[in-house]
Ligand binder design. Structure first.
Ligand code: AMP
Ligand code: GLY
Length: 423
């Protein structure tokens, strides 16, 4: 079977890497891909937003399964277009992707189906939004309803910051259409935990726990990024919390789908805050996390093609996901200056040396080949992943591998998975 993976990040390199291991897969294509995906198959220079061109390519090439990486393609309805053309595709429809593409839609769904989440208000009128803030305790969290490249969440410490955020999002249209509607919610404290679950519309299969590191610098300092590293398993997901996630989030989620007659087939990734008053869902993502995927997939024993087939055909209940009993740690190496402005085109050296340890896989994100050179081409450049008998061992191997790799300006956090060492 020929596979097409859409996207160009570390997540997509990891998906190609895992799918390549399926005995059913003959060829891998990635659009547009990066230098890492190119080493596993063929890159196709079509952007993920050009849905018609991608569908035409998949039809012409006889692609047996297309896997959609990024949220914007899902929100634009790529799955619906592929399905209309009789093409097999993994990911939620445009309607299902609204759990991520509209925060207000997700909040209303949670409210309707008793899924714990922060108290909130929803506004399309900035005057009403200002009034609502007057009744809130600070800090408050102000969110653009739509997709805003991960930048649409503002934590306002006081009335002045809240007023400024509302003005920027709603009146100055900082995030364009995505900010026509906003959600304002109470600020929660606690520790965050990423949950991933395959969902086929009726049943779900939950992944082990993982934790992402969103801030740029050690000790959760600096700006928010796409994610500077991840590890799995994460001790924050205790068996008790896992039970709560099943009973309070995933079971009501699939029951809610049926009650509301909503279709959702794909990967559901709820962001969860473990607060002193129990767990609360911060948001739903409808796609694999990046870099969580780089930590999950090396642990997955089951053939990913089998799992995706089961989701598409609605028979997930018959498909057991098996996980290696080892831990995985992924350390992201980013370009100097990321998540702010950064330079590209720096030579990357040392990947082979890093991978000489068979426990290490270097997933590439912002990279490109120029003849024999491997160059940086994005903010997050590499996801250096190592496996080990436990988080401590995997972490030591990941950092030893990072030490062998270099490109000008490279920066990475030195405390990835540090929280995973306890317990
Ligand atoms: P979201 O895109 O909704 O997950 O928000 C991005 C990040 O903002 C989350 O990972 C949290 O760190 C933070 N965040 C979102 N909502 C809240 C909240 N209600 N209270 C505290 N932090 C939040
Ligand atoms: N790990 C953060 C994200 O994928 O959104």
């Amino acid at each position: 079977m020929k596979i097409l993976v859409l996207g160009s990040g570390g997540r997509e390199h990891a998906l190609c890497w895992k799918l390549r291991q399926s005995p059913r897969v003959t060829d891998i294509f990635c659009a547009p891909g990066n230098a890492g995906t190119e080493s596993l198959g063929r890159n196709v220079p079509i952007p993920v937003t050009d849905i018609d061109a991608l569908a035409a390519f998949a039809a012409g090439e006889g692609i047996g399964l297309t896997v959609v990486g990024p949220d914007d393609a899902l929100a634009a309805g790529i799955v619906d277009t592929f399905q209309r053309r009789g093409l097999r595709v993994f990911g939620p429809s445009k309607e299902g992707a609204r759990f991520e593409s509209s925060k207000a839609f997700a909040k209303r769904f949670m409210e309707r189906h008793g899924i714990p989440t922060a108290r909130f208000g929803e506004f399309t009128d900035s005057a009403e939004a200002h009034l609502f803030c007057q009744k809130m305790q600070y800090p408050v969290v102000i969110k653009a309803d739509g997709l805003a490249l991960g930048k649409g969440v503002i934590i306002a410490q006081n009335a002045e910051q809240a007023a400024m955020a509302i003005y920027r999002i709603m009146d100055q249209c900082q995030f364009g259409e995505a900010g026509r509607r906003i959600v304002i919610e109470e600020f929660l404290t606690g520790e965050e935990c990423s949950i991933h679950a395959m969902v086929d519309g009726r049943s779900f299969a939950m992944f082990p726990g993982a934790q992402d590191h969103k801030r740029a610098f050690d000790g959760d300092q600096g700006l928010n990024t796409g994610g500077m590293g991840a590890y799995s398993p994460a001790p924050i997901l205790t068996p008790e919390l896992e039970r709560q996630v099943r009973e309070q989030v995933l079971e009501p989620f699939v029951r809610g789908l049926e009650a509301d007659r909503l279709a959702f087939k794909g990967l559901l990734y709820p962001g969860i805050m473990v607060t002193p008053h129990g767990l609360k869902v911060l948001e739903f993502n409808c796609r694999f996390g990046d870099p969580e995927t780089q930590a999950f997939l090396p642990r997955l024993k089951t053939d990913l093609v089998e799992v995706m087939d089961a989701v598409i055909d609605g028979r997930l209940a018959d498909c057991a996901l098996e996980w290696r009993d080892e831990a995985a740690v992924c350390v992201v190496m980013a370009s100097g200056g990321y998540p702010g402005a950064y330079e590209k085109g720096k030579d990357i050296r040392g990947i082979e040396a890093a991978e000489s340890d068979s426990a290490v896989t270097v997933f590439q994100a912002g990279t490109r080949r120029l003849e024999t050179r491997l160059l940086t081409a994005g903010g997050r450049v590499l996801g250096v992943t190592a496996m080990g008998p436990d988080v401590r061992a995997a972490r030591a191997k990941a950092y030893a591998a990072v030490e062998k790799i270099d490109f000008e300006g490279a920066h990475y956090r030195r405390d990835i998975a540090a929280k995973g060492l306890r317990g």
